[in-house]
Design a protein around this ligand. Structure first.
Ligand SMILES: [Zn+2]
Length: 490
């Protein structure tokens, strides 16, 4: 996060109309989007709903008693990883055999010509024009129409970190590339990011089939199970700032990847087929650091907090809500239990913060789990989440139901979206604070975790389903305030 000087700031506010819709819907009354009396199902949206499927926390992984696919795999050691990968490919192909002719009428899905297993730590073999020695990867080879994977390092690493469905995720993604070549949804000159976004989207479409219970080999719960799948996409993201969506090896930021996955899961393969560079450019957060100051992380201190407070006031000004007081010591709030690291007291319209706990969240993440942090944005997003409750209070919305958690995530997303300044001028940021693209990914990481207030109500109860948490945040980033109350209970 980066403060900018007033002199340089741009004042265009194209999302101002979106802000006004909130004021209309919630504060003035008499608009068409009245507050519903049913807090959990509003406008057809339910807080226990994952894109139309019920929220579940059952088992995820290979189904008990599922058969082992007889698909031939070249180079296999017949070990557990190859067995898992082979069953994954068989299952994803079975899905596309059904789904492909429906999504792309008049076309048939043919299985890929070969499957190849190799060990990146073993002697290299020539595959798709290069040597596999040291190549910790899985890939689809378009000219020869085959899928290959590293059973030695990549697959065990994914399996150990995220469980067996992580392996299925990666192979569904590679099959997504085979699908796009068969469907003709990419041209010879399409940018890599478009191909990758489509493949993640096709992965989402396959996972819906699994979540619906229609897979022969696998099952996935829509709660924790999909959380882990999105965690894989988050883990193998490109690092914004280091790469750019136009690059030759761009896979997308975590935000981009999770967005594409959710599009496929919610809307099916047809949505994936509409992805082109224009579609991606409008929503990508994968930008190179085009300003040196972008690398700045805000410390957790009073000065930065003032900048965040000013930014929140600027973004939420048009709602007409009285800004809350932000204090850095605990304040009693009647019988309401405080939440950490930030707490909102509706009676006094005060946000009180525990700076030491905020600092823990602001610490950069570490590979060895010694840090429980996500980065500066994730910390200040907790503050924004409690501020967003004051906006909801002013609008007369309940603060203690599950929809409040979704509205909060959406409002934090809309605040974030209004702080993004991109190098191609698609966005018009508000106020004196800017976030860098990595910041949005910090938000996604925190939302996939179990310990964040970004999608939590006034009591600190987080929306139980990670898919819904990320979706609400994403909707706010992409669409501004209006859906925060329209879709989630305004
Ligand atoms: Zn790919």
């Amino acid at each position: 996060m980066v403060p900018v000087s007033t002199r340089n700031r741009r004042r265009k506010r194209t999302l101002g109309t979106a802000v006004s819709v909130l004021a209309c819907a919630a504060l003035i009354g008499g608009c068409s989007q009245a507050v519903s009396g049913t807090p959990t199902t509003i406008g057809g949206y339910s807080t226990t709903d994952v894109a139309g499927l019920p929220a579940t926390n059952g088992p995820s992984g290979p189904k008990d008693g599922a058969p082992d696919s007889p698909l031939p795999v070249e180079g296999t050691d017949n070990g557990a990883m190859d067995k898992l990968a082979r069953n994954a490919v068989a299952d994803v192909e079975a899905y596309w055999t059904e789904a492909f002719p429906k999504a792309f009428p008049g076309k048939q899905f043919d299985p890929v010509k070969r499957l190849v297993s190799y060990d990146s730590a073993g002697p290299g073999i020539q595959l798709c024009g290069s040597n596999t020695a040291g190549v910790v990867n899985a890939f689809y080879c378009p000219p020869e129409d085959f899928i290959a994977w590293d059973r030695g390092t990549l697959l065990p690493q994914l399996n150990n970190s995220f469980g067996p469905m992580a392996v299925v995720t990666v192979l569904a993604h590679e099959m997504g590339h085979a699908v796009q070549h068969r469907a003709g949804t990419v041209g010879a000159n399409d940018q890599v990011i478009v191909l990758e976004q489509q493949a993640d989207c096709f992965t989402g479409a396959y996972f819906r089939h699994v979540a619906e219970g229609s897979s022969e080999y696998f099952q996935v719960s829509t709660g924790q199970g999909l959380n882990q799948v999105m965690g894989v996409l988050n883990f193998i993201r490109d690092s914004p700032g280091a790469s750019d969506y136009g690059g030759n090896n761009a896979h997308g930021s975590a935000f981009d990847r999770v967005t594409a996955f959710q599009y496929g899961f919610s809307e099916g393969p047809q949505r994936c087929a509409t992805m082109d560079l224009k579609d991606v450019e409008q929503r990508t957060t994968l930008f190179k650091s085009w300003k040196a100051q972008q690398d700045t992380d805000l410390p957790i201190d009073r000065k930065s907090l003032d900048a965040v407070e000013q930014s929140l006031r600027a973004v939420f000004r048009d709602t007409g809500a009285e800004p809350p007081k932000i204090v850095t010591e605990p304040k009693p709030c009647g019988r309401q239990q405080p939440t950490s690291p930030a707490s909102y007291c509706a009676d006094t319209n005060t946000v009180s913060l525990n700076l030491a706990e905020l600092q823990k969240i602001a610490n950069p993440p570490s590979k060895d789990a010694s840090s429980t942090g996500y980065g500066d944005f994730a910390a200040y997003a907790q503050v924004a989440s409690r501020y967003a409750l004051s906006v909801q209070k002013a609008a007369g919305l309940p603060l203690d139901d599950e929809a409040a958690g979704l509205r909060t995530a959406c409002m934090v997303g809309s605040w974030s979206g209004l702080l993004v300044e991109d190098p191609i001028g698609q966005r018009n940021p508000v106020g004196n604070l800017r976030i860098v693209p990595e910041d949005i990914d910090e938000g996604v990481s925190a939302l996939l975790g179990e310990d964040s207030l970004i999608a939590a109500n006034v009591n600190g109860d987080q929306v139980p389903v990670g898919f819904a948490r990320v979706e609400a945040f994403r909707v706010g980033v992409q669409e501004g305030f209006a859906p925060c109350t329209n879709k989630y209970g305004g």
